[in-house]
Write a protein that binds this ligand. Structure first.
Ligand SMILES: Nc1ncnc2c1ncn2[C@@H]1O[C@H](COP(=O)(O)OP(=O)(O)OP(=O)(O)O)[C@@H](O)[C@H]1O
Ligand SMILES: [Mg+2]
Length: 365
């Protein structure tokens, strides 16, 4: 990156004229442009106007302390590198000011060479800082572009194909033989899978990139459980599973995003359905103790081996089971964990192979 390392604008804020003049002379000799101010107020005005790259600030000045100036500069001019000028006696406050955002300190008295060495380090530091910020901005932009790409270039055509298939079935379904209809059905299933993957991926990316901010509304936990059970009931019916709920009636409201939390519930209930053989049972319980409001979802399914449990919340992870084709994208639980974290809560799992799995969602009270 082409950032000027030798020259650049430096501001000296010091009430001692000899220090201001000395620094100015020494630094101008090395090709820097130097501005000076004899107090904090003037220094801040100049800093605002000229946006210097580096500022030297005397810690002890009559009207405004160096500490306050540093604090102001770091907040108002993010890329500025501040250095405190201090007497030997105030090393402690120099350390304090570094905690406030100063990069380095220069104890008095100092030689022009010492001053130039500090300036050189400060410019190197500034360049690294700016380069890091630039790379981070670029990464964020690329992520945002990719999100837009997936959303428009993948999601939209998928929806169109889905609609065309639907139309094909409506227009020609009855004229086509069973094999042709089966092919349409297989295409449809694949499209549903792809659609779910794209939607999950987009949700997770929106959370990660900060585009999605969960709402902060009062959420009625028994209400979202009832709605989720209603939503998932047809799937349970097809898979011949029974669903049982036991929700205590004194559950306090949780603050959060009801729609997202419903999707967490339907994801976990969906998993319970996917990974439980027909005839099985899924139990949903909700209650609260001193610290948490909890919802548990237990199934009597195939379970998850202990050594695989730590990985199931990772993106794209799915437990490989013999003779079983992969049933999903492996993004569902990652989404659930991210949403729970965005609510300050957590998600826990316990499982026994062949017996079943329990997921517990915990919201702090
Ligand atoms: N209730 C469960 N019983 C047994 N295994 C489970 C259960 N829930 C999740 N798993 C295992 O954890 C893995 C990760 O689950 P996750 O929901 O993230 O992905 P998925 O169901 O494969 O795909 P997706 O939800 O993205 O469609 C699954 O592949 C599955 O093997
Ligand atoms: Mg899943």
């Amino acid at each position: 990156m082409a950032v000027n390392t030798d020259k650049g604008l430096i501001l000296i804020i010091d009430d001692e004229e000899s220090i201001r003049d000395g620094c100015k002379q020494a630094l101008e000799k090395s090709g820097h442009v130097v501005l000076t101010a004899e107090n904090g107020k003037e220094g801040i005005r100049i800093a605002r106007e000229s946006k210097p790259e580096i500022a030297f600030v005397d810690l002890k000045m009559p009207s405004m302390s160096g500490m306050e100036i540093i604090d102001f500069l770091s907040r108002d001019i993010p890329d500025i590198v501040s250095i405190v000028i201090t007497g030997y006696a105030s090393i402690v406050s120099a350390v304090e000011s570094m905690k406030k955002g100063a990069y380095d300190y220069l104890p008095k008295p100092f030689t022009p060479d010492q001053l130039r060495a500090v300036v050189k380090r400060a410019f190197e530091h500034r360049n690294l800082k700016m380069e890091t910020r630039m790379l981070r901005d670029e990464k964020e932009q690329m992520e945002k572009n990719f999100i837009t790409f997936v959303s428009h270039e993948m999601r939209s055509p998928l929806l169109v194909i889905e609609q065309y298939l639907e139309a094909l079935r409506a227009v020609a379904g009855r004229c086509l033989d069973k094999d042709a209809n089966d092919i349409i059905e297989r295409c449809n299933k694949r499209i549903q899978g792809l659609k779910a993957l794209v939607e999950h991926w987009l949700d997770i990316s929106h959370i990660e990139s900060g585009i999605f901010e969960p709402e902060k509304n009062p959420v009625d936990i028994p209400g979202i459980i009832t709605r989720s059970v209603e939503e998932i009931a047809p799937l349970y019916h097809i898979r011949e599973l029974t669903i049982e709920t036991d929700v205590s009636d004194d559950i306090p409201e949780v603050t959060g995003d009801g729609e997202s939390l419903m999707r967490v519930l339907t994801n976990i209930m969906g998993n319970a359905a996917k990974y439980t053989p027909s005839g099985g049972k899924v139990s949903i319980r909700a209650g609260h103790d001193e610290y948490y409001v909890s919802i548990s979802i237990s199934d009597t399914g195939m379970g998850i081996p202990k050594e695989k449990l730590p990985f199931i919340f990772e993106p794209f992870y799915s437990v490989k089971r013999e003779g079983e084709e992969q049933k999903g994208s492996g993004l569902g639980l990652n989404f659930c964990r991210k949403i729970m974290e965005a609510h300050g809560g957590k998600i826990e799992v316990s499982s026994q192979v062949g017996k079943g799995t329990t997921f517990v969602l915990k919201f702090p009270k």
